[in-house]
Design a binder for this molecule. Structure first.
Ligand code: ADP
Ligand code: ZN
Length: 532
């Protein structure tokens, strides 16, 4: 029976040395492996590159019987099978791309007990024929890789993954280990429910990448901010990536970087296949290049010496930001990440979600992800800690390697400033209900009698000139932070008019205190100005 076998089976550490040639386990690998070897099920949340594969490969070799690994991508399966065979492990794959002869050969090898590790696509596994054949054998474990594919709220939903709920019913005594790099709470809850893992432990860890210094700043003068960052982050070797919000911007960015003397390329999904392949190849070859790209650039980038990653626009979620900056510093040497964003980005992303045809529940999740991203961008406490919290991981209070820890922002009671700005926005509202953009609002607030101010008679308002105590950049910061906390909206479809929301009321009535970040020096060395 199982117990005697466990005592007799190979030790995980021996398997790690002999089969995989690694000197020791990383992070929580050993704990997870011991749990599975002892017959336990669970969910493993680790970032890409965190070492998830060993968490099922080692137990597969320590336990008696066939280990079954569910994987959504045929290419991935074939890679894994090839790698395992190279280590001397009898591995095979079963999926819809096999021709009938090859599939028959795999089935024969399985029946003869010649296979130790079977990679299988979810649709193949859940066929009645496959299930009943497996039930006749001793199964060491089931591993469900890329387990986030069961969640219909994610971007990678695979309906076939839903069928995997039969595993718990048909193989109640067999360990089931789900693995994913997606750690958002909603996805985790879905995985636990769909795979009947509610009573099993969740192993979470390894999300921190302490060698990546992180920083964020309001986008003020994008080019000079980026220039200063690139100068500080690279020593002339290695590569850098600038993620841009639009295809057009990747082209423009590559162009001015080249004019600056950098070897810069661009990459986006709209380029033809050949141009994409060339760009990929140049990047992979190890040249000291800068890639200006959309998020389409990422899959299969394996360069260890990416020294920095910059974003010129707000990412849509902490998960995507983390994934993208995680491409820096794979070699463990110091690397840096910079996030630039503006109030317009935040408003635009909110509008995109609201106007999408997605179901209400999906919108709620997207909104939640976006607001978490905004809270990272506008952080007044350790940025890394807030980021790690999004993955359910607890970081130290003060990481010492983010811009907030290195130079903490000065906070001040900005309630009065917020009231001045909000009431100016309200008072300048047109009878038609129309609003003005930030430029005009600041002219009124700071008492500048422009032609437009005169035309609308805004110099007669009680708020005309009440904001002279602060310079324009400070007001832009106030406006951006009010947008971030949802008290102001920016009409992105028209000309950036500022529109107060319900959340402005308690501030105007003096019922909500507004703590604002004093805009500090941006990497460009200038006073930051903010809103757009
Ligand atoms: P994931 O599936 O989490 O993205 P992998 O399992 O592919 O990560 O592992 C990423 C890399 O780390 C691989 O090259 C793997 O060989 C290596 N690795 C994993 N665990 C260890 C370890 N304990 N010691 C040395 N290298 C490891
Ligand atoms: Zn920090």
């Amino acid at each position: 029976d199982n117990t005697t076998f466990e005592l007799a089976g190979p030790e995980p550490a021996d398997v790690l040395h002999r089969v995989f040639g690694h000197p020791g386990f990383r992070g929580r690998q050993e704990e997870i492996i011991r749990h599975v070897v002892a017959g336990g099920s669970g969910l493993v949340l680790m970032p890409t590159g965190g070492g998830k594969s060993l968490c099922y490969q080692v137990p597969a070799l320590c336990r008696e019987g066939l280990a079954v690994v569910v994987s959504p991508l045929i290419a991935l399966m074939e890679d894994q099978v090839a790698a395992m065979r190279q280590q001397g492990v009898a591995a095979a794959a079963l999926h819809s791309d096999l021709d009938e002869d090859a599939a028959r050969e795999v089935r024969r090898a399985l029946a003869e007990g010649e296979v130790k590790l079977l990679y299988v696509s979810p649709e193949r596994l859940t066929l009645e024929g496959t299930l009943s054949r497996l039930q006749e054998r001793r199964i060491a474990l089931f591993a469900v890789d890329e387990a986030h594919c069961v969640s219909q709220w994610g971007h990678h939903f695979r309906p076939e993954y839903r069928g995997l709920s039969v595993l718990a019913e048909r193989f109640p005594g067999t360990p089931r280990l789900a693995l994913t790099a997606t750690a958002d709470p909603r996805t985790v809850a879905d995985i636990l429910r769909q795979l009947s893992l509610a009573d099993s432990p969740v192993f979470r860890g390894g999300f921190d990448r302490p060698n990546i210094g992180i920083a964020a700043a309001p986008r003020d003068q994008e080019r000079s901010q980026l220039r200063a960052f690139v100068r500080a982050a690279s020593d002339g070797s290695g590569a850098g990536i600038v993620y841009c919000g639009t295809r057009k911007k990747t082209e423009q960015t590559a162009e001015w970087l080249r004019a600056d003397g950098h070897d810069a390329l661009c990459f986006h999904a709209g380029m033809d296949a050949r141009a994409k392949r060339d760009a990929h190849r140049r990047f992979a070859r190890g040249d000291a290049v800068i890639m200006a790209a959309t998020i389409a650039f990422g899959m299969g980038i394996d360069r260890p010496d990416v020294r920095w990653v910059a974003h010129t626009d707000l990412p849509r979620s902490p998960e995507s930001w983390y994934q993208e900056i995680g491409r820096a510093g794979r070699d463990g040497a110091p690397a840096r990440a910079l996030l630039l964003y503006g109030a317009g980005d935040i408003a635009f992303a909110r509008h995109r979600i609201e106007s999408s045809p997605a179901p209400a529940e999906q919108k709620r999740i997207e909104r939640d992800r976006l607001e978490k991203m905004v809270s990272i961008a506008e952080a007044a406490t350790c940025r890394r800690r807030i980021l790690l919290r999004c993955f359910g991981e607890d970081g130290p209070e003060n990481c010492g390697a983010c811009d907030v820890c290195v130079s903490p922002p000065v906070l001040f009671d900005g309630t009065v400033a917020a009231q001045k700005l909000l009431s100016t926005v309200l008072r300048t509202r047109l009878p038609s209900g129309g609003h003005f953009g930030l430029g005009h609002v600041l002219d009124v607030l700071c008492g500048r009698l422009t032609a437009k101010v005169a035309q609308f008679g805004h110099d007669t308002l009680s708020t005309f000139g009440i904001g002279k105590d602060l310079p324009d950049p400070a007001w832009r910061g106030v406006a951006r932070q009010l947008v971030a906390r949802g008290a102001l909206d920016v009409a992105v479809e028209s000309h950036g008019e500022l529109v107060p929301t319900e959340a402005a009321r308690p501030i105007l009535r003096g019922e909500a205190k507004v703590l604002l970040r004093e805009e500090s020096l941006t990497p460009s060395g200038k006073r930051s100005s903010g809103a757009r």
